[in-house]
Write a protein that binds this ligand. Structure first.
Ligand code: COS
Length: 457
């Protein structure tokens, strides 16, 4: 955003202009919740240099009078607010105290750590995206990304549990549910007493979300739902799941419907537990609904709205996955720096070798860039701006970064990196799936390209 502003010699005009500048910046500052950096380029120095000023510098001094200024308000300055810093501190401490001691073991044993999940519920990790009214924390999206990132930095599988629960279960219920549904489902989800899940993928429908074969047939006050959903994150432990189906009326398949389905409904079964490469502490399963009677009161939104609800849930969820990928990449970088300082080869720590330094420099630069892109998408969400492009860009870049950084980290560890003795091996496995779930890299590219075409038409 660029503004051309002339500071007049006339005292009255000067006051007006100053006030206008101040208030417009003040307003932007408050709206965005972010401290802007303002670049003032006077006409004299335009094109040769630019200088950064803080807000208070906008009370112009005498020698600036008569100059023409171009004011650019950078959209995102990532000075974290005090609240965001406090959330980072809390999430980091929690991850280091509660997750670090068990991360390796729960991965090896494929164990969902209920004992930690209970503690996480108590500090509202499961209500980050829920309104306060229903027991949530209603965090701004950057805070949410910080929290998911800190958990994932230590244990990606638990970062995943939290991200899916908040991003594609709690969030769409918070946005699309009616008051009765919100009162019924949100408090226990926000408290972490119940875990959320998202059931879209099927054997013949993954990237092509529209190709789902699950059906819902209206029957009195219910729908009869049949579905075979696969790769359901949290599937083994989820109590409240969003299930996507086609609504069939008089034998004709109509639009999509999303149902809030409770575990334990007759006809609901948890299928096979996936033996996945990474994220092994998360119980990813299939979910089967066999002639399940789901009350009409459990339809989320309206019949036919399902696809859009799914897309909106995913574009929000992708910010959480991007944050998760940033956390994994940061974790991989941290352990690699530590290892590089400890490992002696050619009589010095390998961190002293330029080949290793260059890898660390590239890793760190990519992590920082991925973080910025993720926070930018989060910021756009909070401003209510279009999210498809930004969230896909963030997820695409962050997921690739997580994979690349973990791979480089493993390289730095050499033979030890290939062993389960060192955590980099787990980061390497966990990172890979961020390029696949909640939309593959190729789907993100497709979404970004479509947005580009739209913007240029
Ligand atoms: N927000 C709101 N509406 C959206 C939307 C979004 N982000 N994306 C698409 N829509 C709407 C479109 O506007 C269109 O509406 P109309 O029919 O009213 O015009 C409708 O949904 C269909 O959109 P489109 O034609 O783009 O659908 P496609 O079948 O071509 O699919 C992609 C679009 C590929 C983007 C979608 O299928 C997708 O995201 N696939 C990946 C799914 C995924 O992430 N799977 C992993 C499962 S979770 S682990």
């Amino acid at each position: 955003m660029c503004k051309r502003i002339e500071i007049s010699k006339d005292p009255f005009k000067k006051a007006c202009v100053t006030t206008k500048v101040f208030y417009s910046l003040f307003f932007l500052g408050w709206c965005s919740g972010i401290t802007e950096k303002i670049i003032l380029c006077s006409k004299e120095i335009q094109g040769t240099s630019s200088k950064k000023y803080s807000k208070k510098d906008l009370f112009v001094s005498d020698n600036m009078i008569g100059s023409v200024f171009f004011i650019e308000v950078l959209e995102v300055d990532l000075t974290l607010t005090l609240k965001q810093k406090a959330i980072r501190k809390m999430a980091r401490q929690f991850a280091e105290n509660e997750l670090a001691p068990i991360a390796r073991e729960i991965d090896a044993e494929r164990r969902f750590p209920w004992e930690v999940i209970e503690k996480m519920g108590a500090v509202n990790f499961f209500g980050m995206q829920a309104p306060r009214k229903y027991g949530g924390a209603e965090l701004d999206s950057i805070s949410y990304c910080i929290a998911v990132g800190e958990l994932s930095r230590i244990c990606a599988a638990i970062g995943l549990t939290v991200s899916v629960h908040n991003g594609v279960a709690v969030y769409p219920i918070s946005v699309f549910a009616n008051e009765t549904q919100k009162k019924r489902f949100l408090p226990s989800l926000a408290a972490g007493e119940k875990i959320g899940g998202f059931c879209l993928t099927e054997p013949n429908a993954g990237s092509d979300a529209n190709a789902i074969e699950a059906t819902a047939i209206p029957h009195g006050d219910d729908y009869i739902v049949n579905a075979n959903k696969i790769y359901v994150t949290n599937g083994g432990v989820a109590d409240i799941l969003l299930v996507f189906t086609s609504v069939v009326s008089e034998g004709v398949k109509g639009g999509m419907g999303v149902f809030i389905v409770e575990r334990g409904t007759p006809g609901f079964t948890v299928g096979i537990l996936e033996d996945n490469c990474g994220m092994r502490a998360n119980p990813v399963t299939s979910i089967i609904l066999n002639d399940c009677r789901i009350p009409k009161a459990n339809l989320l939104g309206e019949e036919g709205q399902g696809f859009k609800i799914g897309m909106i849930a995913l574009e929000t969820g992708r910010i959480g996955i991007a944050a998760q990928a940033v956390g994994i990449a940061q974790g991989a970088l941290d352990v690699s720096i530590k290892y590089a300082k400890e490992r002696i080869q050619f009589k010095v720590p390998i961190a002293r070798h330029q080949a290793i330094q260059m890898m660390l420099a590239d890793m760190s630069t990519s992590v920082e860039a991925a973080r910025l892109l993720t926070y930018k998408a989060a910021h756009k969400k909070d401003k209510g701006e279009s999210l498809s492009g930004p969230s896909s860009m963030a997820k695409l870049f962050a997921a690739r970064t997580a994979s690349q950084v973990a791979s480089m980290g493993l390289q730095i560890h050499g033979g030890y990196g290939y062993s389960k003795e060192y955590p980099i091996e787990r980061y390497f496995r966990d990172a890979r799936v961020t390029e696949i779930y909640e939309g593959t890299n190729e789907i993100q590219q497709m979404v970004i390209a479509r947005e580009l075409m739209k913007a240029s038409s």
